[in-house]
Design a protein around this ligand. Structure first.
Ligand SMILES: C[S@@+](CC[C@H](N)C(=O)[O-])C[C@H]1O[C@@H](n2cnc3c(N)ncnc32)[C@H](O)[C@@H]1O
Length: 251
């Protein structure tokens, strides 16, 4: 079996999500809205409440490729600064922006040009002014240290080829006392990486998933405390969508 290099894998991920963004951008029609691109009911916009979906541009909803609803668990408050890692078409950034209000700010970070273009169009359509989309990798966040109150992410950490770097970057950008509220695919601790790969593709958010113990250890190694990983629904045999919460200690 030939090994895929991290660089090749990341390029495969980028191409997969560029194609997904293009499908939403080009798939729409004046009467029926954009074509939804979710893989099945375990992923995508059905994981959001109807009133949340109704408040957003149809393209932002159609581009939803997450495995949960991180804004529902992050307990966002007026005035907070939020960063969404791997923001895609922008659904969680736009929902966060509504929750933090005009005194807060919601940043979205994504490496895929086509997704960023879709997110910017959705921001414009939503009329959201407290929003900024940034191009870059979640392993090297283009923001200064100690500038973010809450890091959210929806089904993206599993796609990273350098997860310790992602955890370190979350920790770096958060203020002391800051927190994370993430949705991600997580594997049972009994599943080997080979068994995870048998259950689904890397680009489909399955093969690259960490186990519960690996996720906890990775966050704790970066310095996080109060780590909680709660499965919400199954996405494959022994693999779950989960809510991941943790805190950057004050001292
Ligand atoms: C499964 S989609 C999820 C998008 C969005 N969070 C949502 O819920 O709809 C993954 C997104 O993460 C982005 N992405 C994947 N790996 C990344 C990385 N290493 N750095 C930055 N963005 C990444 C992709 O371009 C894509 O937009």
């Amino acid at each position: 079996m030939t090994e895929t290099s991290p660089t090749d894998l990341r390029e495969t991920v980028r191409r997969r999500y560029a194609a997904a963004a293009t499908q939403v951008t080009e798939g729409g029609s004046a009467c029926c809205g954009p074509a939804a691109i979710e893989v099945d009911e375990n992923f995508g916009s059905t994981l959001y409440a109807a009133d949340e979906r109704d408040a957003l541009p149809a393209e932002a909803v159609a581009a939803s490729l997450g495995c949960g609803n991180p804004t529902a668990v992050a307990d966002l408050r007026e005035g907070e600064r939020v960063l969404d890692l791997g923001s895609g078409g922008g659904i969680d950034v736009l929902l966060s922006a509504r929750r933090v209000g005009p005194t807060g700010k919601a940043y979205g970070l994504d490496m895929t040009e086509e997704m960023l273009a879709l997110a910017l169009a959705n921001q414009k359509q939503a009329g959201a002014t407290n929003v900024e989309f940034l191009k870059g990798a979640i392993e090297a966040v283009p923001l200064p240290a100690h500038t973010i109150d809450v890091v959210i992410s929806n089904c993206v950490v599993n796609l990273s080829t350098d997860k310790p770097a992602v955890f370190a970057e979350m920790y770096r950008v958060l203020v002391p006392g800051g927190r994370i509220g993430i949705s991600d695919v997580v594997a049972d601790d009994t599943l080997t990486p080979e068994q995870r790969a048998e259950r689904g593709e890397y680009v489909g958010c399955i093969a690259g998933a960490l186990s519960f113990a690996e996720y906890r250890a990775g966050l704790e190694a970066a310095g996080f405390t109060s780590v909680e990983i709660t499965p919400t629904h199954g996405v494959a045999d022994g693999m779950h969508s989960a809510i991941v919460r943790a805190v950057k200690p004050v001292a």
